[in-house]
Design a protein around this ligand. Structure first.
Ligand code: PEP
Ligand code: MG
Length: 870
């Protein structure tokens, strides 16, 4: 036999505060009890005791000690048995309430709580005990109640007369006898032991096991039980039950709200049987509801409730929703669960808790999921909106927008001029779409992955975007979009993109507008004071730089200079440069591009005054800049005074089978050095111009993309150095700059030691590095990525969350080899992963100096970096 004398724990015993002993609910009740919250007295049967009871039965395991423990709860008291697994959502048997009522003690109970209440409590006991312990179908008992209501011609129990209630109780007892073959047990101890044993055995049922395992519970998860004094919401005087919230769910603003039902038990107030009252007078008045709130009918208990809310928040370090009972005007707290809150409210709550001294700043920082900050930064679809999905894809850029369908960037721009919101729908995007993307409110592409052109640019612009929506069909000529269920949408129809969920919806949606509250700023300030890594932004244009500055970044970690050439005024000069057949012709076009580039850099340096700016030299394959349509080719031919056939011929010459692995990045510089020379000159001249008026001198960081061999860096370095010396000679000024490389090919990662000897910084371009490590096209992977993730081939899209095992190992090797060769080399990451919290954590582990991501993701990176540093 198992000794149990010391195995039950009083809720006021500190040992019962351990969730590993008492389960989540038990431990929380114990902690509340010890904080002075009015929790009814109770004992906890810990996991091991309940497990023994499940195996050997209550009589063997509990006797004779339980009665001693229960004596401590007071004689003649009614008890509740509640279950308490380690995690609440693992379930557990239903609570059994009002244990201890018998025919013999019913009159005494009636004298204490009132005749009606005693009869109702007894009936409820038979109902919950009958269903939970004796295996009676609860619905049969409900039906007996409804029959009685019908016979009495009333709607609800409260309208039954005492005589009706007596008959109802008799009906229940008779039904019990008929079903079970024995009368309802008339000994309180028997009722209790059987309830405990049934709960212990119910926990071991195969179906219960399967259910909780589906929720992540381990196979051997235990159950604790709580036998607790009943606080009677069915009692004379001001009695009832309710649920209290201490914050507003949407905003996190403090304030008591909730529901209360007089003469009720448990969660009756939530069941909708009768209309509950509000807790607060102010809320009642604001809603124009007549009658009395709890605050008005029972001010003392309401005050006690407010006090309990404060005690719990302060003592447990969080805001809880509190389930309570009022018995004859006195408050009893029965349970507390973390308050429901929106992502925005969550930030306000933790900041308030720190300010109240309930938690530390570090705890506050660790409580917030960095990704949830998106809800502060972008409009979101109101959760109560009825969604009508028309297509699903990858959630490429968060936020949501509604607008009219347009199929071309030109249409987006012309409607934007009329202030009409649009959703740009494309098969995929290319640099020519950028102006349309600026003009549109949202973007949807049929193809593409998380680092496709559309995804990267949309994140940079903060534009809601879904890519890889493969279940829709576009007919650009007809101007239609057909979705998988056959519905047809036309240009001009209104749709919504939800870039946070990766969905396109029919029609306009109700939105919740973003709000960067004071609490958000406070939390960000704490994150900045905590993190070690710097957080920079990927910003390509002066406009991006302004956005980045507004997000309080530590600098620019990647300026993709090619974005500067897609401007309408420049693209044709760029094209002339590309189509030039001789070096002289090319230099002529570059000379015209030089002042434009210089102007951009001047603006960029001025906006980022005092902060580091990393400028990446031209990277994409040149064909990306060439005209695709006949009209554009004709226009260019006219401008260049050449036959169209010539343009077509040159474009064909530049075509590559695999441009992403072709003439791009540093390879352009090795074969056409004058392009990088022009860019270097533009940077240096801009630096000198800005430095002539700035207080803090600009020391630019020039970055060479797509290197894979040290010799490439040496060649480019020599050219850039020569340009620097030329500019110094021409101006008489001294130039200081840093030259670094992007590590975005596997070979560059493996040979990082060689590269670091000539580079002062190495920035990991994990978009290309992922593409090349997997041999996975970043523009095409969207087509099958969902299948790959759903079938567990990849745990997550590797373009979104860094593949720590493969790409991560390359980062590890490269950072070690790089630092060994050059201990001063600065390490950073500028691929899209820099905005993913788990990837940021990995960068912290590797000791990187900075992460750089699109401006709108920098708050996420700042918080993730702070969490990683803790
Ligand atoms: C990268 O490859 O990770 C990167 C930042 O460069 P891009 O996305 O411009 O290729
Ligand atoms: Mg790259």
């Amino acid at each position: 036999m198992t000794e149990s004398a010391d195995r039950t724990l009083n809720l006021r015993d500190p040992a019962s505060c351990d969730p590993e002993v008492s389960g989540e609910r038990g431990a929380r009740l114990a902690r509340m009890a010890q904080l002075g919250v009015p929790v009814p007295r109770g004992v906890v049967l810990p996991f091991d005791l309940v497990a023994d009871m499940g195996r050997h039965g209550a009589n063997t395991v509990l006797e004779p000690h339980l009665s001693r423990a229960l004596d401590s709860l007071g004689a003649d008291t009614l008890l509740a048995v509640r279950s308490s697994p380690l995690q609440r959502d693992w379930g557990g048997p239903q609570a059994i309430l009002n244990i201890g009522i018998t025919d013999a003690n019913l009159p005494a109970l009636a004298a204490r709580v009132g005749q009606r209440q005693a009869l109702d409590l007894y009936r409820r006991l038979i109902q919950s005990w009958g269903a939970g312990v004796a295996g009676i179908d609860a619905e049969d008992l409900e039906n007996i109640l409804y029959d009685r209501l019908k016979l009495a011609g009333v709607e609800s129990e409260e309208a039954l007369s005492v005589g009706d209630l007596k008959v109802l109780l008799d009906d229940y007892r008779a039904f019990y006898l008929e079903e079970v073959g024995q009368p309802f047990p008339q000994d309180p101890a028997t009722q209790l032991k059987a309830a405990l044993e049934a709960a212990a055995k119910g926990w071991n049922r195969p179906s219960a096991k399967l259910l909780r395992q589906a929720k992540g519970a381990p196979a051997d998860a235990g159950l604790a039980l709580i036998a607790q004094r009943m606080a009677l919401g069915l009692c004379s005087g001001n009695s009832g039950a309710g649920i209290a919230h201490f914050i507003e769910e949407k905003t996190g603003r403090p304030g008591l709200n909730g529901r209360y039902l007089a003469q009720a038990q448990g969660l009756d107030a939530m069941m909708g049987l009768r209309t509950p009252v509000l807790l607060c007078r102010a809320e009642r008045e604001a809603l124009g509801i007549s009658g009395q709130s709890l605050e008005e009918s029972c001010p003392l208990a309401t005050e006690a409730l407010q006090m309990a809310g404060r005690l719990v928040a302060h003592g447990l370090g969080d805001v809880f929703d509190v389930q309570f009972t009022i018995e004859s005007g006195v408050l009893h707290v029965l349970d507390a669960v973390p308050a429901r809150r929106s992502a925005r409210a969550a930030v306000r709550v933790v900041v308030d808790l720190v300010e109240q001294g309930a938690i530390t700043r570090e705890q506050a920082l660790l409580r917030i999921d960095p990704r949830s900050l998106n809800e502060h930064l972008h409009p979101q679809i109101d959760p109560s909106h009825r969604r009508d999905p028309i297509g699903r894809g990858l959630a490429a850029s968060p936020g949501a927008a509604s607008g009219r369908i347009v199929f071309s960037p030109e249409a987006a721009m012309s409607l934007a001029a009329q202030e009409v919101e649009t959703i740009l729908v494309r098969v995929e995007t290319s640099p020519e779409d950028i102006r349309g993307m600026h003009a549109a409110s949202g973007l949807l592409t049929v193809r593409g992955g998380m680092t496709s052109h559309a995804a990267v640019i949309a994140r940079g612009l903060g534009l809601p975007c879904v890519v890889g929506v493969t279940d829709i069909r576009l007919d650009m000529k007809a101007g239609t979009l057909r979705c998988a269920d056959g519905r047809m949408f036309h240009e001009g129809d209104i749709i919504t993109v939800d870039g946070s969920r990766g969905e396109a919806l029919a029609g306009a949606a109700e939105m919740i507008q973003p709000e960067i509250s004071g609490a958000f700023g406070t939390l960000m300030g704490w994150a900045d004071a905590t993190r070690r890594m710097r957080v920079r932004a990927n910003a390509d244009t002066p406009q991006d730089a302004r956005t980045a500055r507004a997000f309080e970044v530590d600098g620019i970690g990647l300026c993709r200079t090619e974005q500067m050439f897609f401007d309408e005024a420049r693209i044709n000069v760029m094209r002339e440069m590309i189509l030039a057949e001789t070096v002289e012709e090319r230099r002529g076009a570059l000379d015209r591009l030089l002042p434009m580039q210089r102007g951009d850099f001047v603006e960029l340096f001025e906006i980022m005054a005092g902060l580091q700016v990393t400028i990446r030299l031209l990277d994409p394959p040149l064909h990306e800049f060439l005209p695709h349509s006949r009209d554009e080719m004709r226009e260019l031919a006219e401008q260049m005074d050449l036959p169209v056939s010539h343009i077509i011929h040159r474009a064909e010459q530049l075509q590559e089978f695999n441009p992403m692995l072709g003439m791009r990045g540093v390879r352009l510089a090795v074969t056409m050095p004058e392009i990088y020379e022009m860019q270097a000159r533009a940077i240096f001249e801009a630096v000198l111009e800005v430095n002539s008026r700035a207080e803090a001198p600009v020391i630019p960081e020039i970055m060479i993309p797509l290197v894979s061999a040290a010799r490439e860096v040496e060649l480019v370095k020599a050219r850039i150095e020569a340009v620097a010396r030329d500019v110094e000679r021409e101006t008489g000024a001294r130039l200081e700059y840093r030259l670094g490389v992007m590590v975005e090919t596997p070979r560059a990662a493996l040979r990082a030691g060689d590269l670091a000897r000539t580079a002062s910084f190495m920035s990991f371009g994990t978009n290309d590095l992922t593409q090349m490590t997997y041999g996975l096209s970043r523009d095409d992977a969207g087509r099958f990525m969902r299948d790959y993730v759903n079938q567990g081939v990849y745990p997550e899209d590797p373009f979104h969350a860094l593949d720590l095992e493969g790409v991560g190992e390359l980062l590890l090797i490269a950072s070690r080899r790089g630092r060994k060769a050059n201990p001063d080399v600065v390490l950073g990451i500028c691929g899209e992963h820099a905005g993913d919290p788990a990837s940021v954590r990995f960068c912290e582990l590797l000791g990187f100096d900075y992460v750089s991501c699109s401006p709108y993701r920098t708050p996420i990176a700042r918080l993730a970096a702070a969490q990683a540093a803790l």
